[in-house]
Design a protein around this ligand. Structure first.
Ligand SMILES: Cc1cc2nc3c(=O)[nH]c(=O)nc-3n(C[C@H](O)[C@H](O)[C@H](O)COP(=O)(O)O)c2cc1C
Length: 327
């Protein structure tokens, strides 16, 4: 019988399936339902930096959003729904009500306000903190090295303030990912969540306005995290958590074979309901039985480590195979 127990960020998990930060995890009830459905851990819906700045620091919002009336109002509404003080209460309730690790999440673009708030998150009882860092460059003068330095500085400052484990969730659009991963680990991250799925921009052709794009993933989006976890496994001190495109046990197994410590799921739960968590676990266990693996450690990183022998040749080979295999 397959044993799915594992650990992430030093926290024990009953299986490798974590519910990602999303609307599903934005209330005590939502979190409880995820845990009852079998989630090994839950990442609470992110608190956005703009909300904290407004309530905690009493700052007038000077972010790039403040100049946009629609965005500023949206942020204020968000703050009312789940502002920083409510967020701390949600952490406390989630901890009290559930016997699995509760991971807080903050979406941040600067490191300024952290000294105060990260400590409060820790005090509220969060088992770990996931920093959802999404810095969108849009000025030609912004250099990639400066932007990466901001990522690192955020992690460094938070690390200096809290003792709980830190995960950093980043997007895939980084020029030299292995270098940034190394810097984030040195700055104090214990895990990298690869990857965040940024909201897409669409254009409404009837109203001639910008509009939010489709926010859910497809299973084909697994290939980006799969590629990077395969290439990074064994080469970083940070744990790697697979995220984006995990819709069934198949994608979860692939990420574990690449070297992921655990996987996060979101879209599939919106599409198929929370029962999907148990199905994913059953599919992983069924696959392990067929292949004679008893524990996750028996096969975690098996493919990723093989690819490490010659990374350039491995990448080139997959590229050539992909292109030459299509008529
Ligand atoms: C409705 C919705 C809300 C989300 N909210 C957050 C959030 O607050 N913080 C965050 O880090 N990610 C958020 N995400 C991104 C998810 O956590 C996840 O990274 C992304 O959907 C990719 O995973 P998936 O392919 O399993 O959906 C959200 C996604 C959706 C669909």
């Amino acid at each position: 019988m397959a044993d799915l127990n594992t650990q992430v960020l030093g926290l024990p998990l009953r299986n490798p399936v974590i519910v990602s930060s999303s609307g599903l995890t934005g209330s005590a009830r939502g979190i409880r339902q995820c845990v009852e459905a079998g989630a090994a851990a839950v990442v609470i819906k992110s608190l956005f930096e703009e909300q904290i700045d407004l309530e905690v620091n009493g700052h007038e919002d000077k972010s790039e959003l403040s100049s946009h009336p629609e965005a500023a109002e949206y942020i204020q509404q968000m703050g009312k729904h789940l502002g920083p003080s409510n967020y701390l209460s949600l952490i406390e309730t989630a901890k009290r009500e559930n016997g699995v690790p509760i991971i807080a999440s903050v979406n941040c673009i600067t490191s300024e306000w952290w000294a105060n708030y990260a400590k409060q998150i820790e005090k509220a009882g969060a088992d770990a903190l996931e920093l959802n860092i999404a810095i969108m460059p849009h000025e030609p003068g912004e250099r990639s090295t400066d932007i990466e330095a901001r990522y690192v500085e955020i992690v460094r400052q938070v690390r200096a303030e809290v003792k709980i484990p830190l995960a950093v969730k980043i997007g895939p659009y980084i020029t030299a990912l292995p270098s940034l991963v190394e810097k984030l680990c040195r700055a104090g991250a214990q895990a990298l969540v690869l990857f965040n799925r940024f909201y897409q921009l669409d254009i409404d052709i009837d109203n001639l306005t910008a509009a939010p794009g489709y926010q859910f993933s497809t299973p084909n989006e697994i290939y980006l995290p799969l590629r990077w976890i395969t290439l990074l496994t064994g080469r970083t001190d940070c744990e790697l958590i697979g995220s984006t495109g995990v819709h069934s046990g198949r994608e979860a197994v692939k990420l574990l074979l690449a070297g992921a410590q655990a996987v996060q799921v979101c879209t599939t739960l919106y599409a198929n309901g929370l029962d999907r968590i148990a199905s994913i676990c059953n599919e992983i266990a069924g696959w392990m039985d067929v292949h004679g693996f008893q524990r996750l450690e028996d096969f975690r990183g098996l493919v990723g480590k093989a690819a490490q022998k010659d990374r350039t040749a491995f990448e080139r080979l997959q590229y050539i195979k992909a292109l030459t295999g299509v008529d």
